[in-house]
Design a protein around this ligand. Structure first.
Ligand SMILES: *Cc1c(COP(=O)(O)O)cnc(C)c1O
Length: 400
């Protein structure tokens, strides 16, 4: 508006500075803020021809949805303010009171909490299967109430692999939906929808955003599941901020390169760990001695930076001292960022229906983008704190 309109200064200032027609093309999408969408015609808000309200996302969220759909080979991707909300809302979108969900027992703990808490209150029950169960054992658990199978492969903390193509084919034949938490693969290393899965969920907080500073989640789907997700996002009113969507888009641009470096670092550190006297085993499906290695080699194109390590039986105090001696590794729950992290896992395993017997305390490491040599030196210092507890100094003296 210009000052020839005769409007007062207040009105001019309020309506001035609009971005109309002013955007030039840049290699990245604009961060478009807005709750209101201005319509070209009065009845345009009712004819369904264009977006009418900012909650569904504007240019930035749309660009992210499209990029994630390309990555996951999906028709549609719904965005959520965290990975956990992507999981809980997908489960709500796909089920109704009276339904049952069969769940891999290695699922992320907060997923289980939601299934056992809120979902149960709404009349949806969950039963957990041994993550090593094959499709026929899962099929044998089905009842007429079974609505969905929830998978996570590799599973949280223990990295159990499920035969996803076989389970998805069985479920499809039985008219049951399949959902996979695909956070480990970051949408890159595994493509669940190409293997017959209905919904692939990611915590974008992890590798996609990749810098330990944003929460975001996605659910990507094809066909009927995609339509249900789109409808549910609308019914429940989910919205994510354009600034956070922008950060996820920025993360996607370096995702493949970062992931390759995380995977290479995890292999170097994992090989070193496997040779240490304090370590019973190193858990990763990318390692030849992992029971799920064959499935991983068949279905996945690489590995991320996560490793489990099982220590020789040691006291809680010694394990604590080991972790607290680490200087490069932080002690923290999340992962997928640039930095290396470690946590003890045993208290979380106690909640499982099919608790694994690993033979010693389980730690989870996230191998960040630091130099693997520095990470190895850090772990060497930490593991040394276990020697007295394990009698390793004596063993070493005796063998030299
Ligand atoms: C972290 C994580 C989530 C939850 O993601 P948030 O974005 O932290 O809510 C879900 N699934 C897996 C496997 C995770 O590791």
């Amino acid at each position: 508006m210009n000052d020839q309109t005769g409007y007062s200064e207040t009105t001019q200032v309020i309506h001035g500075g609009q971005a109309r027609g002013r955007l030039v093309r840049t290699p990245v999408p604009p961060v478009q803020r807005g709750s209101t969408i201005l319509m070209g015609s009065a009845y345009g808000i009712y004819d369904g021809a264009q977006a009418t309200y900012g909650r569904g996302g504007l240019a930035t969220q749309q660009a992210l949805r499209e990029a994630l759909s390309d990555l996951e080979h999906a028709d549609h991707t719904a965005l959520f303010p965290s990975g956990l909300s992507a999981i809980t809302q997908t489960l709500l979108a796909l089920t109704a009171a009276g339904d049952e969900v069969l769940v891999a027992d290695c699922a992320y703990n907060p997923t289980r909490k939601f299934l056992n808490g809120a979902m149960r209150r709404f009349g949806v029950s969950a039963r957990y299967f041994d993550p090593a169960a094959d499709a026929s054992r899962i099929e044998a658990m089905m009842t007429p109430r079974t609505r969905a199978i929830y998978l996570e492969s590799p599973g949280s903390l223990t990295f159990d692999m499920q035969d996803i193509p076989a389970i998805a084919a069985m479920a499809r034949r039985r008219g049951v939906l399949t959902v996979v938490d695909n956070t480990w693969a970051a949408g890159v290393l595994f493509k669940p929808l190409d293997h017959g899965v209905d919904v692939s969920i990611q915590s974008l907080t992890k590798y996609v955003c990749g810098h330990s500073d944003v929460f975001m989640g996605s659910a990507s789907a094809r066909g009927e599941a995609a339509a249900r997700l789109a409808e549910a996002a609308c019914e429940f009113g989910w919205a994510v901020s354009p600034d956070d969507a922008y950060m996820a888009l920025r993360g996607l641009k370096t995702l493949h390169g970062r992931l390759a470096q995380h995977g290479a670092g995890a292999q170097i550190v994992g090989d070193w760990l496997a040779d240490q006297p304090q370590v019973l085993s190193v858990l990763s499906p990318a390692r030849a001695d992992h029971p799920g290695h064959g499935l991983w080699r068949r279905d996945f194109s690489g590995a991320c930076g996560l490793l489990g390590i099982v220590l020789r039986p040691a006291s809680d105090a010694a394990v604590c001292a080991m972790l607290e001696a680490l200087e490069v590794f932080g002690l923290g729950l999340s992962w997928g960022g640039f930095e290396s992290l470690a946590i003890p896992c045993d208290p979380q395993l106690g909640q499982r229906a099919h608790a694994p017997d690993l033979g010693g305390p389980l730690l989870r490491l996230h191998i960040g983008l630091e130099s693997p040599q520095d990470l190895i030196a850090d772990l060497d210092r930490g593991l040394g704190r276990l020697d007295q507890d394990l009698g390793i100094a004596q063993l070493r003296r005796a063998s030299s």
